[in-house]
Design a protein around this ligand. Sequence first.
Ligand code: HEC
Ligand code: HEC
Length: 310
Amino acid sequence: MKNSLAIIIGFLIVGSLFVGWKISQDLGPAETATAPQPQTESASKEIEFNPPSMEDVPDGPLGESIKYGHELVMETNTVADEYVGNNLSCASCHANGGTVKEEAPMVGLSAVYPEYRPREGEVYTLEDRINGCMIRSMNGKMFPTDSKEMRAMIAYLQYMSEGVPAGADLPWRGPKEPKQYPVPSVEDGEKLYAQSCASCHAADGSGTGTNTGPAVWGENSFNDGAGMSRMTKMAGYVQKNMPKGQGGTLSDQQAIDLAAFILSHDRPEFEGHEGDWPKGGRPADIMDKEKREQVKNGTIDWEAILSVKN
Ligand code: HEC
Ligand code: HEC
């Protein structure tokens, strides 16, 4: 009798545990239905490129920081002069502060960082990534993470990510399949540059203004560790966006001719080349000093550079 009572109590305990478990199972999905859904492929198609207007920035300290961040991005070389080593602003490449879809957009980035970066072989935060452009594209110094400048840039980029769910797959971000470009002619690039580019970027490449025609080579341009120092990246950017206002008019051949011509000129040297791609996979189309020398003495093997899928 004692034993069967124990068995009944045992059943009751196990039974109530099961019911408890069952309820929590049933509640689980209902609860997550109200939480943000993980980004699925079909959901990411719905993300629209829709940067908010600077006119709608809220008042108050956060709004002030966002506006300062915008100023920094638009006029980096004057507003943050002590950090910048050339005549560029972020907007010299990230057109209109990263709000142009085809022109290195910076919309939604707060939703995708941190992320792993093969070039640095590390997980990068958004701060790291900004500083990556500071020491390469801006040929300058890093903003300290706790500086007023870095906080403002993060506030600005967060504002530009409004409404983009965390972890979203941004359809406008980077080319998915790198393009195979034909073998370039530096001479043809030179002629085309004089006709179609020199009016804004100057005949000697030094530019006519940070946001009217930035320096494309020489000491006031980006250094040779920058993304733009890669033949295929520059060709892709130029083909989509240049001449300014007439994007999409150049052929593959013209775009790569122009990239070869521009990138065969001297520019500041990046000092950290050896540290890049620590796990291998360094793209063959980086126009560093060695390659520039090869163009000068006629030994450059364009086919080898471009045959590797970069
Ligand atoms: C000389 C051109 C140039 C300048 C100037 C420049 N960038 Fe960039 N930036 C690029 C390119 C090109 C890429 C994309 C690189 C790639 O495709 O891997 C990029 C990428 C980025 C990214 C990552 C974008 C992404 O989708 O992950 C951030 C953030 C960024 N830049 C911030 C800045 C900031 C802030 C400044 C100014 C301090 C700046 N950049 C100046 C060319 C430039
Ligand atoms: C009407 C003026 C204008 C013309 C013409 C023009 N650009 Fe630009 N370019 C700009 C501006 C302005 C920017 C800054 C980004 C933006 O606002 O689009 C820029 C940015 C660039 C950049 C990235 C920034 C840098 O300093 O490297 C490259 C590369 C470039 N142009 C190449 C070219 C080439 C090649 C041509 C000729 C096919 C050309 N551009 C014609 C105005 C012009």
